[in-house]
Structures are given as structure tokens and as C-alpha cells.
Design a binder for this molecule. Structure first.
Ligand code: TXA
Ligand code: MG
Length: 317
């Protein structure tokens, strides 16, 4: 069998045997292992070179299964689960005794999500345990949105990549928990604040990176290996020297050779930009003729906010 395969039964067997399988989701590919099997979970940290203080998300296919493991969605968050699961939403809820400490890095909340991807929902429905799955990239690097993105780093190191094609949201899930009794967003992601607020009203946003054990928001993350310059306006863009430089643009137009330009959307579509964003970063990172990437910030609404957040962290020194 080839490393990238759509053989769900094989994935099921490997995961049941405690091995790792990269799985497709609508957001990004995940590096999955049995979330109740400590040695499988340890292996996830190991292949990703991920520090143990960065906790993992548990994935499953139904709220009933979560409940059977003692994981209850608090009332404040239930409308979100109802409206957006399966989908790019992760909820931080009270941990139960069945969840190993290694999953939560010792915190008393656990992150849970029902992803929206037919192949993975099929796989999850066959498994009596949840899948712990961080993004399937080496720690700190750009997240994977195609099976090939996973294969370049992990071929030979895990059982397989379950092929689900390119991810159609393209950035990680939005993480929501409760603070002072109110829904609070800890990581901006594939579900926009506007959509969340359309269901539960105004929410707090707390994506600070001061505490690395708090929702996954290390200030340096999602980083390609090139210098990154961000631009907001045509004036800034015109000043940029084009030598050894490639461009990822959204609305702005600049006279650069098409071979040095990726336009994230031709119709100012934030969702389309999110879908293409990580692939664009990886594309230029693999191009040895360039040393610098010029990337346009998006208008700060919809998924533009999440993309700008990733951009800031990717550009952090
Ligand atoms: O879209 C996604 O969420 C993808 C796909 C595969 O589902 N997964 C993903 O996982 O982005 P990861 O590990 O790359 O990012 C999850 C973040 C972590 O950085 C972590 O800090 C935060 O979620 N997190 C997980 N459990 C937490 C907890 N108990 N308390 C606070 N933050 C938590
Ligand atoms: Mg990640």
C-alpha cells in the first residue's frame, strides 16, 4: 500500500494497534493517535518534536461519545456545538478522569472537536476511542493542507496519510472556552468571530501568548524559513525591492513577474484566501531562488482576522 492512501480500514487497524495516522479534516491535516493510549500520544509529541506543555485536541464523531467518556458540553457552549459541529470549532471543556494528563498538559480543561470531513467522520465512527490530533507538521512549521504536505516530513515515520484531498477551510479550528461565565475565543481560526457571535452574541477574545500552556498561541509559530515582510497598502508595496523576493497578495496589484506572485483570491474572498494560505507559504519556502516573502495583510474581518493572526506569528522573530 502506498503511504498516501484512502484505505480507511487500514487506518482503523493502525490506530487500534497504537500507531499514528495523519488524517484529513476541513481545517488542516492532523497527526492522529489513540487519545486514550499514552504511548501513542507520546509518539505524537515525539514525531512532531512538540513540547509536552502544548496540549492536544481530542477528535470524535458525536456528542454522545464525548458524554460516554464523561465529557459534558457546558450549557453556555451548547448552542455553538449545535450550530457548528461538525465543523472548524474546538471547545475547551472540563476534563474527565478518562482523559490522560498528557493530552491536557496537566490542565483541568480538555479541547474537543467534531471535524467536518466525510472520510474522517467515517473513520471516527468506527473507533471506540477519540483521536488526539495536533496539526501534522513539525512543531513550529506551517500546517499541512494536503496529503503531500504531510508526506514530505513524515513518510516512513508514521503508518500512513489517510487521503482526503486538499482541506477546504485551510486554517486551524477556532478555539472557544468559558471565562467568567462567558464564551471566550482563545485561538482565531476557521470559524469566524462574526459567525460565532451570530449564535451567542458578543464574545471575548483572548489570544495572548504570554502563557504557553494556554491555548496554543506561541508568538512564533506557523513559520516558513524565509524572511517575511507584511504590507497593508499599495504605498508600502511600491517601496519593496523585488530582488530574490516573492509575493503573496490579496487585493493589492503589483507589477511582479507572475512566476513570483501568488494571488490568494481574485474576488477578495477571505474563505478562498484561507484555503490557499498555507500552501502558498510552503510553495515559496521550497523555492531556493527567493530569500524573502512579501505578504499582504487582509482586511480584519471574517477569516481575514485569523489569517492576519497567523501572519503575525509566522513573521515573528
Ligand atoms: O483545526 C485544528 O484544530 C487542527 C485539526 C487537526 O483538528 N488541530 C490543531 O491542533 O490545530 P494543534 O495541536 O496544532 O493546536 C491545538 C491548540 C494547541 O496549540 C493547544 O495549545 C490548544 O489547542 N489546546 C489544546 N488543548 C488545550 C487545553 N486543554 N487548554 C488550552 N489550550 C489547549
Ligand atoms: Mg499546530
Amino acid at each position: 500500500m502506498s503511504f498516501i492512501s484512502s484505505d480507511i480500514a487500514f487506518a482503523e487497524k493502525a490506530l487500534t494497534a497504537g500507531e499514528l495516522v495523519a488524517i484529513p479534516t476541513e481545517t488542516v491535516y492532523g497527526m492522529a493517535g489513540n487519545g486514550f493510549n499514552e504511548s501513542a500520544v507520546k509518539q505524537i509529541f515525539k514525531v512532531k518534536n512538540r513540547p509536552f506543555y502544548d496540549p492536544l485536541i481530542l477528535h470524535t464523531n458525536s456528542i454522545e461519545k464525548l458524554e460516554s467518556w464523561g465529557l459534558k458540553i457546558p450549557e453556555v457552549l451548547q448552542p455553538l456545538a449545535k450550530a457548528f459541529w461538525p465543523g472548524p470549532l474546538t471547545l475547551l471543556i472540563k476534563k474527565s478522569a478518562q482523559v490522560p494528563e498528557i493530552i491536557t498538559s496537566g490542565l483541568d480543561r480538555v479541547a474537543v472537536r467534531i471535524p467536518s470531513h466525510a472520510t474522517t467522520l467515517d473513520l471516527l465512527s468506527r473507533l471506540p476511542f477519540p483521536l488526539a490530533a495536533p496539526s501534522a507538521n513539525p512543531f513550529g512549521y506551517v500546517s499541512p493542507t494536503t496529503p503531500e504536505h504531510v508526506a514530505v516530513h513524515f513518510e516512513g515515520k508514521i503508518a500512513m496519510v489517510l487521503d482526503g484531498g486538499p482541506c477546504n477551510v485551510g486554517i486551524e479550528s477556532t478555539i472557544v472556552g468559558i471565562e467568567n461565565g462567558k464564551p471566550t475565543v482563545y485561538r482565531l481560526g476557521g470559524l469566524s468571530i462574526e459567525r460565532i457571535e451570530s449564535v451567542v452574541g458578543k464574545v471575548q477574545v483572548n489570544t495572548s501568548s504570554s502563557k504557553p500552556s494556554a491555548p496554543g498561541m506561541l508568538s512564533k509559530h506557523y513559520s516558513p524559513n524565509k524572511e517575511i515582510v507584511t504590507v497593508d497598502s499599495i504605498t508600502e508595496l511600491r517601496k519593496i525591492e523585488t530582488r530574490k523576493t516573492a509575493f503573496i497578495l490579496f487585493d493589492l496589484k503589483k507589477d511582479v513577474p507572475p512566476a513570483k506572485l501568488i494571488q490568494l483570491s481574485l474576488t477578495s474572498d477571505h474563505d478562498e484566501a484561507a484555503q490557499k494560505f498555507y500552501d502558498a507559504l510552503r510553495h515559496w519556502d521550497n523555492d531556493e531562488s527567493i530569500t524573502r516573502l512579501v505578504i499582504e495583510r487582509l482586511p480584519d474581518f471574517g477569516l481575514g482576522r485569523a489569517i492576519n493572526d497567523r501572519l503575525l506569528r509566522a513573521a515573528a522573530k
